[in-house]
Design a protein around this ligand. Structure first.
Ligand SMILES: [Zn+2]
Length: 166
């Protein structure tokens, strides 16, 4: 059983190592992560959020409900154009155990490359909410959380709402 790691757990701040092989165990872990993500109405979940410091994640297109299992994802390029969107994280919960949200500015469009669950290398240009999720989730693999992008005051306001477990 995988366990969700919450804000304050240092595993969320680690730089994850590349996955060397697509093993049955890895696929099973990703299946479990998809279940956790959908159960909690999330659209993305990265390995360190379940305590695994390797470079893989799962995410879902909220419009089509298509699920992506990404191994060793790399953002190859980001647009100069930025947009502001509300973000939350299954590892950053408030007193009511629901995610806390904040507006975050990020590049609007990204090109991302990854290996899928069949070991195939794929590349896609993503924009809108998919670009947002891809950036948020790949950040997790480098120990970066969405509130790191907030200014001091806004970050403090958010963190006051966050229920820290550690
Ligand atoms: Zn997150």
């Amino acid at each position: 059983m995988l366990q969700m790691k919450l804000c304050g757990d240092l595993v969320l701040r680690e730089k994850c190592t590349p996955v060397s092989d697509v093993t049955p165990e890895l696929l099973k872990t990703m299946d479990e992560m998809v279940k956790m993500m959908t159960k909690q109405n999330g659209v993305g979940l990265a390995a360190p959020q379940v305590g695994i410091t390797q470079r893989f994640l799962v995410m879902m297109n909220p419009d089509t409900e298509e699920v992506y299992r990404m191994i060793n994802p790399v953002i190859l390029s980001k647009s100069d154009e930025t947009s502001v969107m509300e973000e939350g994280c299954l590892s950053v919960l408030g007193a009511d155990d629901l995610p806390v949200y904040a507006n975050v500015k990020r590049p609007s469009t990204v090109v991302i490359e990854w290996t899928n669950e069949h070991g195939e290398k794929l590349t896609a240009e993503m924009s809108g909410v998919m670009a947002r999720i891809a950036q948020h989730e790949t950040d997790h693999l480098d120990g970066i959380l969405f509130m790191d992008y907030l200014s001091g005051v806004k970050r403090e306001m958010l963190m006051r709402k966050v229920n820290r477990r550690h």
